[in-house]
Design a protein around this ligand. Structure first.
Ligand code: C2O
Ligand code: CU
Ligand code: CU
Length: 533
């Protein structure tokens, strides 16, 4: 294997040195100091291949997976996880890891109240774990990081849950592993929303997602229909990711062990996260999509490992279109919230209405990333190709079923710090000063309890809880921001910031997780166990 061509901007190198320098100096700098550090969220990989011009490749729509059976009130699906070759850059062949051969994976279209049973078959060379992000899923199907689906070729691990992570010293006696095949049941009893499923293997989640192990899972319900939101061609799922490409067309990634077998982690300059220099939407580089001059529903996922976006839609005259937010990670808001720019952290989703009605036919609307630089400032474009009568007003009331949890009703307040720190021989990312250990219980909650959690960050950390949705109570000691509205499963903490969230821990008992969804942070320790009992 040839040495990957990795480059890193000097500014990022300094920022990283700064982050870890603070630690070796024996403590953390004040929030104020940290807040002045550059806003980068990782080290940038630069592609070693010629990149296509923007807005040439048509936007693909991830294919919807057909169930193999729909009897007994259950939809059954089969997905084979396997290597494939994708044409991501025009004319370039890129080996990827896939769910069912496509990059990104196929979309599961679910109905509320109808369980989806998905049989996954692992034909990849390493163990895998499937997690439905944002799903309210029984623990046995939630994709705990050591609940491996082992490939046929994988050696016996010798007892339960042995794995090579963190030097191979930890074992997880509670791991439930299977060989080649595993059936996951997703009840789909939650509010309608757009979820995503992705790999969650201990220590190797970031490179597995990077290689392609991610797909959408959309839950729909009848009450949504009455809102008459744009649908069909006018509803667009947009999975935004960044990647980098090696000279031979393969995906670049700075793994210490590119076989993803023996040694987790990334090269030191990428400890803060891996950023690519190519922006993909639904697996296509800076794509373009033809639309009618009417309102569209954009269902946006940031499926990137570490890149944050600040989205803005700008027409050919430089005017910003309103981004009317109607939903958050966990479904519809009570009422729409209008943004001009919208920050989007890894794993966050937004449900947006964008009206192309004021754009003349022949006009173009570019979706920009105001946090990017150079080519990563552009995401995709919409080309308005025909007039159409508008028949989808923006409903002023969207949902009436949002939980209105009150701080005074919470039975407990907890506090967690998300910070860089020492992990084993090197650096890692810690929660409450400790790196992830599957054998340790970090938090035990009683089923049904309402709790307030105060989350404190050193640098950007998008914090995700499994099992439950939560509401954001405060940010930096003040009221939440406009985009914090609704029910969330991931909250983006900014450098030096503390946020409070409130949630009721109901649904199922068992072992769950919370973690940073900067996937590199997650792999390098920033994850903790949440036991619901
Ligand atoms: Cu998106 Cu623990 O996951
Ligand atoms: Cu999750
Ligand atoms: Cu983090």
């Amino acid at each position: 294997m040839s040495e990957p061509q990795l480059q890193l901007s000097r500014r990022r190198l300094l920022a990283l040195g700064g982050a870890f320098g603070l630690l070796t100096a024996g403590g953390l700098a004040s929030a104020a100091t940290l807040a002045h550090r550059p806003a980068g969220t990782g080290g940038l990989l630069r592609s070693a291949i010629e990149l296509p011009p923007a807005f040439q490749v048509p936007l693909p729509r991830p294919q919807v997976l057909a169930p193999v059976s729909t009897t007994g009130g259950v939809d059954r699906y089969e997905i084979t996880q396997r290597e494939a070759v994708a044409e991501i850059l025009p004319g370039v062949h890129t080996p990827v890891w896939t769910y069912g051969g496509s990059f990104p994976g196929p979309t599961i279209e679910a109905r509320r109240g109808r369980p989806a049973v998905v049989t996954h078959r692992n034909e990849l060379p390493v163990p895998t774990v499937v997690h439905l992000h944002g799903g309210r899923t029984p623990a046995e199907f939630d994709g705990y990081p050591t609940d491996f689906v082992l490939p046929a070729s994988w050696p016996e691990s010798g007892g339960h849950g042995g794995h090579g992570g963190h030097g191979g010293t930890m074992a997880d006696p509670r791991a439930v592993q299977s060989r080649v095949v595993r059936e996951y049941t997703f009840p789909n009893e939650q509010r309608a929303t757009m979820l995503w499923y992705h790999d969650h293997r201990m220590d190797y989640t970031a490179p597995a997602i990077w290689r392609g192990l991610a797909g959408l899972h959309i839950i729909r319900e009848d009450s949504e229909k009455a809102l008459e939101l744009p649908d069909g061609e006018r509803e667009l799922p947009l999975v935004i990711t960044d990647r980098a490409f090696a000279a031979d067309g393969s995906l670049e990634y700075p793994s210490l062990d590119p076989s993803l077998r023996d040694r987790p982690g990334v090269q030191e300059p990428y400890m803060a996260g891996v950023l690519g220099d190519v922006i993909l939407v639904n697996g296509a580089p800076w794509p373009v999509h033809e639309v009618a001059a009417v309102r569209h529903r954009l269902r946006v996922l940031n499926g990137s490992n570490a890149r944050h976006y600040e989205l803005e839609a700008v027409d050919q005259d430089g005017r910003a279109l309103e981004l009317v937010q109607i939903g958050a990670d966990q479904g519809l808001l009570s009422a729409p919230v209008t943004h001009r720019r919208l920050p989007l952290a890894p794993a966050e989703r937004y449900d947006l209405l964008v009206d192309f009605g004021a754009v003349p036919v022949g006009g173009t609307v570019r979706l920009l990333n105001r946090m990017g630089s150079g080519r990563t400032r552009e995401v995709m474009a919409f080309r308005v190709v025909r007039a159409q009568r508008e028949d989808t007003p923006v409903p002023q009331t969207l949902a009436t079923d949002l939980p209105e949890w009150r701080r005074e009703e919470a039975v407990r307040t907890r506090e967690f710090a998300f910070r860089a720190g020492r992990m084993g021989e090197g650096h890692g990312w810690l929660i409450g000063g400790r790196p992830f250990d599957p054998a340790r219980e970090d938090v035990g909650v009683r089923l049904g309890d309402l709790e307030v959690w105060r989350l404190i960050a050193d640098v950007h950390h998008p914090i995700h809880l499994h099992l439950v949705g939560f509401r954001i109570l405060s940010r930096g000691g003040r009221a939440p921001l406009p985009h914090d509205a609704g029910l969330k499963d991931t909250v983006s903490l900014r450098p030096g910031e503390a946020a409070e969230i409130i949630s009721r821990f109901d649904g199922y008992r068992g072992r769950y997780l919370f973690h940073c969804h900067n996937a590199e942070h997650e792999d390098m320790g920033m994850m903790a166990n949440l036991e619901v009992r």
